[in-house]
Design a binder for this molecule. Structure first.
Ligand code: NAD
Length: 430
């Protein structure tokens, strides 16, 4: 099939490379000149593992020109839908991209909305700018850091729109739905089902999944906090919950709060969707509030423990390990809060070499450089490098002996052996 992907971010570039691997003729349009230049130079501006290598093996054209839309059978929209200042989804990129597609695409072409958009957006586009076309909602569930694995071996493909669009969507995903001739580790459960539904249901399915995952994390953080308050061991409690298949073993690790390019904006958008429908989504509201408190609680514990104008060695800037993405990163939020409180923050992250958005934050190229002369070391991202670091060697370069572990990566006994006073996320007190 002739496919044009609009947007060369995590979702668009991954979709483009994967669909080219499946044998489609793919063009990927990107309007950000700096990002496009790096794709054209054979680099991956996103740092997504394996993506640049796979891109080198397939024929996918990256361009700033939208003209390929005119001959595309399928146009995939993967532009950003960030949160605006009021916590609402900002659909300006989506509206601009679909207006362009509406003017260029051939009658009857399929427009696949992969961006996360409020319920009803596809219906709105179908009845306005994309009237001549067939609009399909096909939300993306990939995780940054393992985007290729998730794209080749998704748990499910969710899609919805006019019934006549189902066959072309099956053809688009071809070998993924058959589980045949794909690179990576196949899932034990076999190929994914294509769950075909209404566009509204597909749109809601994305928010429902992210809302649930964020709520699960907030709940787990509450369990860890309560465990400490009542003198129980949070990891023993959570470990026992993990073996209950109704709960599931993923997302049971307490931390300093969730962040990233999706959960914060999608939970807020989900709240707005609920409000718009006259529904008070109490559980989601509480999960969002808990998340803000979790970070504040962690920051407060650090501020209480160190004298003013101390130096903090911050380990981690990315919102999670395995990515260089810092959007809505709890590590950055923590750094900003500590700086505002008068502390000096020096950071290191294996995936993030600089962070110009916050000039008061120094970023170093090595872990020991960030921690040299630190009064406290703070782990904010769960990179394996931090779990495995030589704590005895680290203690030789730090000035103070405080170690705050916002990801519960280090065993308290190992930290104590190296001479650190350890504080995990559970056990901070109020
Ligand atoms: N990042 C993730 O892990 C993830 C996972 C699932 C869903 N999503 C959703 O997918 C969407 C995209 O996310 P992302 O992280 O890939 O975003 P991103 O910001 O990394 O990429 C979007 C890209 O689209 C480009 N763009 C915008 N308008 C354009 C236009 N008219 N023509 C050409 N290029 C244009 C931007 O320059 C940008 O490079 C969002 O709605 C997001 O919520 C993201």
């Amino acid at each position: 099939m002739r496919v044009t992907v609009v947007g060369a971010g995590y979702v668009g570039a991954t979709s483009a490379v994967v669909l080219a691997y499946l044998g489609h003729r793919v063009t990927c349009v990107e309007r950000n000149a700096a990002r496009l230049d790096r794709w054209l130079g054979g680099e991956d501006p996103l740092g997504e593992p394996g993506l640049a290598e796979l891109r080198g093996q397939v024929a996918v054209e990256f361009t700033s020109e939208a003209c390929s839309i005119a001959s595309a059978e399928v146009v995939i929209v993967a532009v950003g839908t960030p949160m605006d200042d009021n916590g609402r989804p900002d659909l300006s990129q989506l509206d601009a991209a679909t207006a362009e597609i509406g003017g260029l695409a051939a009658d009857g072409a399929i427009v696949v909305i992969r961006s996360t958009v409020p319920v009803g957006t596809c219906d709105r586009l179908q009845n306005s700018t994309l009237r001549r076309l067939r609009v399909v909602s096909n939300p993306e569930f990939l995780r940054e850091g393992q985007a290729l694995q998730d794209a080749f071996f998704p748990d499910r493909i969710v899609a919805g729109g006019p019934p006549e669009a189902q066959r072309p969507i099956e053809e688009l995903y071809g070998r993924i739905l058959e589980g045949r001739d794909l690179p990576g580790n196949p899932r034990q459960e076999g190929p994914p089902p294509l769950l075909w539904m209404s566009a509204r249901s597909a749109e809601l399915a994305k928010y429902a999944a992210n809302g649930f995952l964020a709520t699960k994390l907030s709940f787990v953080n509450e369990i860890a906090n309560i465990a400490h308050a009542v003198g129980a061991d949070a990891s023993a409690v959570l470990g026992s919950m993990a073996l209950d298949p109704r709960i599931g073993r993923h997302f049971l690790r307490p931390g300093l709060g969730w962040g990233g390019s999706c959960f914060p904006k999608d939970t807020r958008a989900f709240q707005v969707i609920a409000e718009g429908a006259g529904y008070d989504f109490v559980v989601l509201r509480a999960a969002i509030e808990q998340n803000a408190r979790q970070l504040a609680r962690f920051a407060k514990a650090i501020e209480r423990a160190v004298p003013s104008r101390s130096t903090v060695g911050l380990l981690g800037l990315a919102f999670k390990a395995g990515t260089s993405d810092t959007r809505e990163s709890p590590a950055i939020a923590l750094a900003r809060r500590l700086i505002r409180g008068g502390l000096n923050v020096v950071a290191y992250d294996p995936g993030v070499q600089q962070f110009p958005d916050e000039p008061r934050l120094s970023v170093r190229a090595a872990l020991v450089e960030a921690c040299a002369d630190a009064d406290a070391v703070v782990i904010a991202t769960e990179w394996p490098e931090f779990a495995e670091m030589d704590l005895t060697a680290l203690r030789l370069v730090t000035r103070g002996d405080l170690l705050f572990d916002g990801r519960n990566l280090i065993s308290p006994a190992r930290a104590a052996l190296a001479g650190f006073r350890y504080h995990g996320v559970a056990g901070l007190g109020d």
